[in-house]
Design a protein around this ligand. Structure first.
Ligand code: NAD
Length: 266
């Protein structure tokens, strides 16, 4: 079965690399017009937009910091002025500033919370406002809008040395579910994906060399994920095939959240 998002417009934040890049590419392959947000790396975002257009799709690249309210409004405005509407938000941007708890500075805490949690709030709220003011087109989708938050297995797995990151993702879980509870009756679907270990820049250090073998001990399914594993799930969550899925987090982790340390009777 081929998923079609033909005629729909998507915004993917933090899409110049990693999971965001793969999500933008996959949404475009499914037929959506895509606004590719980048923060500091313009070139890969522009060349992805160029690649999508070369394959007959529609895409633009737009700069913006998701933790800045005015930037988020500009991202939505760019999508709407170029493609006429917004149907899908993938709030993907995220970062890590790791430190042991005793050494964690307030700046480390604030920068992670402001991008990973406040950024998710600002993007979801701006998308909701756009969904509300545009015409509902049931011929495009059964939902009046779809929001996919990028969470992490660390919304449930505590993570020593990364308390800012795990707190931000734990926050994303209740942010997502509270928004879903509040706006579901408007036929706006809100969900999240929670990746485990996926090979991208964010975890390059924990995956290189012998570290990969150690990481694999935490993955019952026995392989490290690739960005397409996440992008495929995001396309499904953005499509009508998941029309009755609302307020859910889909773990895409090869079983990392199954307490693999208990495999051999703990
Ligand atoms: P990545 O570093 O390649 O991507 C993060 C993206 O966020 C980058 O493009 C970066 O420019 C962007 N970004 C950072 N600060 C921003 C800001 N202020 N405004 C806008 N964009 C900003 O890493 P990734 O693995 O692709 O991470 C994407 C998301 O997936 C993050 O939310 C991350 O927490 C989550 N995640 C990743 C993994 C994994 O294993 N790779 C696992 C769980 C969750």
């Amino acid at each position: 079965m081929r998923i079609s998002l033909e005629g729909q417009v998507a915004l993917v934040t933090g899409a110049s690399s990693g999971l965001g890049y793969a999500c933008a590419e996959a949404l475009a392959a499914a037929g959506a017009a895509v606004t590719i947000n980048y923060h500091s790396h313009r070139e890969p975002a522009e060349s992805l937009a160029e690649k999508i257009r070369a394959h007959g799709g529609q895409a633009i690249a737009v700069a913006g910091d998701v933790s800045v309210e005015a930037d988020v409004d500009k991202l939505i405005a760019a999508a709407v002025s170029t493609f006429g509407r917004l149907d899908i938000l993938v709030a993907n941007s995220g970062l890590q500033k790791d430190a042991s708890f005793g050494d964690m500075t307030l700046a480390d805490w604030n920068s992670v919370i402001s991008v990973n949690l406040t950024g998710q709030l600002l993007c979801a709220r701006a998308a909701l406002r756009q969904f509300r003011q545009q015409q509902f087109k049931p011929e495009l989708s059964r939902a009046a809008g779809k929001i996919v938050h990028m969470s992490s297995v660390h919304q449930v797995i505590p993570w020593a040395g990364h308390v800012n990151y795990s707190a931000s993702k734990g926050g994303v879980d209740l942010l997502m579910r509270s928004i879903a509870q509040e706006i579901g009756e408007e036929r706006i679907r809100v969900n999240a994906v929670a990746p485990g270990a996926i090979k991208t820049a964010i975890n390059a250090d924990s995956i290189k060399g012998g570290a990969e073998e150690k990481l694999l001990e935490l993955v019952p399914y026995g392989r490290i994920g690739v960005p397409e594993d996440v992008a495929n799930a995001v396309v499904w969550l953005a499509s009508d095939l998941s029309d009755y899925v609302h307020g859910a987090t889909l773990f895409i982790d090869g079983g990392m959240s199954l307490y693999p340390g208990f495999r051999n009777n703990g």
